[in-house]
Design a protein around this ligand. Structure first.
Ligand SMILES: [Zn+2]
Length: 388
C-alpha cells in the first residue's frame, strides 16, 4: 500500500491530491539520518491541505523498522550559550510550563508512546512525583535497556496493548510517523480515562523547517490540521503552543479526552502549510552549496563540516556533499555523535588545525551561525554558510 493515495486523505477523506514534491534523485532521508535509496515524494490533499508521504511504504516493514533498525539516539542534546541540555529535559520543561499555565498537573498513571531510552520518563517523574510514568517502545533492545534503569516499558504495538486505562498519554515526535494519525489518536483515546490528559508534540508546518525532507515523516501538520484531528478523534484542546524554545519547528498540544463525535467533516478551505516553501528554500540553498563545492575542489582546499547532525544529514542526502571529500566533521561533543555513521573523523573545532583544514561548511542550524563564524575567525578558518 502507499500512505499517499489508496484510501484518500487520513484527515478529511478526500481522494483528490496533487504531488507537491518529487525529487527524482533516488535518494531521500530518514529521520534517524539514514539515506534511503528512493525518491522523496509528498502529496498535498486538495480539500484540507494536509501534506502526506507519497512513496510506497509497507506497514509491516515500517513496524519492523521501528522494532529493530531505526536508530534511537541515547544522548540527544541541544546546544545553548550555557552549554548542552538533553532533549528530554527540554521537552519536560515545555510540558511542565504548559501544565502550570493551564492548571493541569499530571496525576495518576501516564503512558509515553515512543519512550526510547526513558529519558523523558525520568525527567517527568522528577517534576511530577504524584504521577507514575510508564513507556511504550517498539525497539526491543532499547526497551530492555530502559527497563534496566527501573522504568516500566511495554514493547508491543499500541493497538495490541492490553494493560488497562491510563490517566494520561504523552507522544513526542510520534504522530508524524504513524500510518494513520486518525487510528493512532483514536487508539490513544480508547486507552485514556474520560477527561484524561493527552500531551502531543511534533513538527509544525506553520513554521519553515527541514521536516519535509524526512521520508519517514508520513504527515506534515499545520495547526489547523491538528485542531481538526483533535475534534475528529474526541479531544478538546486546552492549550496549543506553536514554536518551542530549542525546538522552534515543533508545536505542543494539551488535549482532554472527551466524547468522540459520530461524524466528522473538514470545515472550510484547505489550510496551506509552509512545507513546499520550506523545501524550495532548501533546494535553493543546496544548489548554491553545489557551486561552493565546485569552487573548493578547484581551489584544492581542505574542507571540514561544522555540525554533523540534522542539518548536515539534510545536505548530505539532497546535495552533492555526499560525494565530496570531507576531511573531518567539527562538533563540540564528538562523543555524542551516534556510532560513527559518517566516513570521516569527528573532532572539536579547535582540533581542525591538526587536519590542515582551510575551509569550513556551516552544516548546522543557521541560528548558530554568528557564534560559529566568530569561533572560526579566531581559529583563522573561512566559514561558508549553507542554509539561508
Ligand atoms: Zn484532506
Amino acid at each position: 500500500m502507499t500512505v499517499g493515495d489508496v484510501e484518500g486523505c487520513d484527515l478529511c477523506g478526500s481522494p483528490a491530491f496533487k504531488t507537491v514534491i518529487h525529487t527524482r534523485s533516488g535518494r531521500s532521508l530518514r529521520s534517524d539520518f539514514q539515506v534511503l535509496t528512493e525518491d522523496l515524494v509528498k502529496y498535498e490533499c486538495d480539500r484540507c491541505g494536509l501534506v502526506r508521504n507519497g512513496s510506497r511504504l509497507d506497514p509491516t516493514a515500517i513496524s519492523a523498522t521501528y522494532a529493530d533498525e531505526y536508530q534511537l539516539i541515547d544522548q540527544d542534546v541541544f546546544y545553548t550559550v550555557n552549554g548542552s541540555v538533553s532533549r528530554a529535559a527540554v521537552f519536560a520543561e515545555h510540558i511542565a510550563a504548559a501544565c502550570q499555565q493551564t492548571g493541569r498537573e499530571p496525576l495518576g498513571r501516564f503512558l509515553e508512546i515512543g519512550a526510547s531510552h526513558g529519558g523523558l520518563l525520568t525527567e517527568m517523574g522528577r517534576r511530577f512525583p504524584n504521577a507514575r510514568f510508564e513507556g511504550l517502545e517498539l525497539n526491543h533492545r532499547v526497551a530492555a535497556g530502559a527497563r534496566q534503569t527501573g522504568h516500566t516499558i511495554y514493547d508491543h504495538p499500541l493497538e495490541t496493548l492490553d494493560v488497562g486505562l491510563f490517566d494520561g498519554m504523552i507522544a513526542i515526535a510520534v504522530l508524524e510517523h504513524t500510518i494513520s494519525p486518525t487510528a493512532f489518536l483514536r487508539d490513544l483515546h480508547r486507552r485514556t480515562k474520560p477527561g484524561g490528559l493527552v500531551i502531543l508534540s511534533q513538527p509544525t508546518q506553520d513554521i519553515d523547517s527541514h521536516d519535509i525532507c524526512f521520508a519517514d515523516h508520513l504527515y506534515h501538520f499545520g495547526t489547523g490540521h491538528l485542531h481538526a484531528y483533535a475534534q475528529k478523534c474526541g479531544f478538546t484542546e486546552v492549550l496549543t503552543v506553536i514554536g518551542l524554545t530549542q525546538v522552534p519547528s515543533y508545536s505542543l498540544h494539551l488535549l482532554l479526552a472527551e466524547d468522540v463525535p459520530q461524524t466528522y467533516e473538514w470545515p472550510g478551505p484547505p489550510q496551506r502549510s509552509r512545507c513546499v516553501a520550506s523545501f524550495q528554500q532548501i533546494e535553493s540553498d543546496l544548489t548554491k552549496l553545489g557551486r561552493t563545492l565546485t569552487r573548493l575542489v578547484q581551489g584544492e582546499r581542505r574542507v571540514a563540516v561544522f555540525g554533523v547532525r540534522e542539518f548536515f544529514a539534510v545536505a548530505n542526502a539532497y546535495s552533492r556533499l555526499a560525494a565530496f571529500p570531507i576531511v573531518c566533521g567539527l562538533d563540540d561533543y564528538p562523543e555524542h555523535v551516534a556510532d560513527k555513521i559518517y566516513p570521516f573523523p569527528i573532532v572539536r573545532p579547535e582540533e581542525a588545525a591538526a587536519f590542515g583544514i582551510t575551509d569550513v561548511l556551516l552544516t548546522m542550524n543557521k541560528v548558530h551561525y554568528p557564534i560559529a563564524i566568530a569561533r572560526l575567525q579566531q581559529l583563522g578558518l573561512a566559514g561558508h554558510e549553507v542554509f539561508h
